[in-house]
Write a new protein. Structure first.
Length: 359
């Protein structure tokens, strides 16, 4: 998936308006509703807001992420009316492929186990889409279920301040909260090995992302003349979104119909039919980058994740991402750009860059 290309900045600035929330009649058994959630407001960890008759508590910094559909929000229960009792028995309905499920829905899968929807979804497979579904212990309250792969609420090795320092001119589309929300898809990322290795992996990923996007400025590929060339018509599923729909998008510049298909299948997202999700949803964009980083060898011999946790060095991550065009002396200036960013980011995180920086 060699895709290093010049890309243009497309500023995606979402202007939100305050939403008025209809709440149920107040009763003595429910908490009072907090101030209604506003898409334009900034919330930090511990702040509360009400939405759709529930109070919600922010786990970390967020803006324009709707309570009930973003993992940054923790449901504090019904407000202004009666509370919702936990299920008393294991009588949850069977999961049905293609049926819409709202966040909090509990289903019984074909393996006999129960799963809870962490986000609204159109019937994705609970055993494949760990972003949308988590295992559920029958008889517990959906609002207190512990997820199997929760995002780090304070343990991610890159703080928001460090993220801002790394990308001072970033596009507003690439949010820190979107990155943190995406971490649950691959819990081993920047969370394997020693603290040094964790920080080195985070720096390596962000350094490659920095190079691919011009410092988190570019969302989509600039050269539109390339757009029709990323449809491999030999694939049995073809290009249902259109011949020119699979151009580079997101932090790793995901491209080609087969990569959108593979990433979508892995993440439980309809990326083959709706590749525009990658350029319209920051969390989806970050997840596609993490998908490639954690699961794809590319032109290399190992995934970038394995290169870092296995001690093979930053150079092998370059080879896995764009080695066919940059490694073995092909484009030393591009390699140096990645290495410079990696060294700068490891310095911000306070760790050594390690050996084997070049490919």
């Amino acid at each position: 998936m060699s895709r290093i290309r010049a890309v243009a900045a497309i500023a995606t600035i979402v202007v939100g308006a305050a939403l008025t929330v209809a709440v149920a009649t107040t009763s003595a058994s429910a908490a009072a509703c907090a101030t209604p959630w506003s898409a334009s407001a900034v919330y930090t960890g511990g702040m509360t807001a009400s939405h759709n008759g529930h109070n919600w508590s922010a786990k970390w910094w967020t803006q324009n992420e709707t309570p009930g559909s973003a993992q940054v929000w923790a449901d504090q229960g019904v407000c202004g009316g009666g509370t919702t009792p936990p299920p008393s028995s294991c009588n949850h309905p069977a999961w049905v492929r293609g049926q819409f499920y709202a966040a909090g829905s509990v289903v019984k899968y074909t393996d006999g186990k129960y799963y809870i929807a962490e986000h609204d979804n159109p019937g994705y497979d609970p055993t494949i889409s760990t972003w949308y579904w988590d295992p559920y212990t029958c008889g517990t309250s959906p609002t207190t279920t512990t997820t199997s792969n929760p995002p780090s609420t304070g343990g991610f090795v890159v703080s928001e301040a460090q993220f801002q320092q790394m990308f001072p001119n970033r596009n507003a589309f690439y949010t820190y909260s979107g990155l943190k929300a995406a971490l649950s898809a691959y819990p081993g990322f920047a969370n394997t090995g020693s603290d040094t290795v964790k920080k080195q992996e985070a720096a390596a990923f962000l350094a490659n992302v920095n190079h691919e996007t011009g410092g988190l400025v570019h969302i989509v590929e600039q050269n539109q003349a390339n757009y029709p060339h990323y449809c491999d018509a030999s694939q049995p599923y073809g290009c249902p979104a259109g011949q020119a729909a699979y151009y580079g998008r997101g932090p790793i510049q995901l491209s080609w119909n087969f990569n959108y298909k593979a990433a979508g299948d892995a993440l439980g997202l309809p990326l083959l039919t709706n590749p525009w999700l990658v350029q319209n949803d920051a969390s989806v964009a970050w997840r596609t980058g993490l998908w490639y980083w954690n699961t794809q060898n590319g032109p290399g011999t190992m995934t970038p994740h394995n290169a870092m946790v296995g001690g093979h060095g930053f150079g092998q991550t370059i080879r896995s991402i764009n080695g066919a065009l940059e490694c073995d002396g092909r484009n030393p200036a591009q390699v140096q750009s990645r290495v410079d960013a990696y060294q700068r980011f490891t310095s911000i995180l306070g760790v050594s860059p390690g050996a084997n920086l070049y490919c």
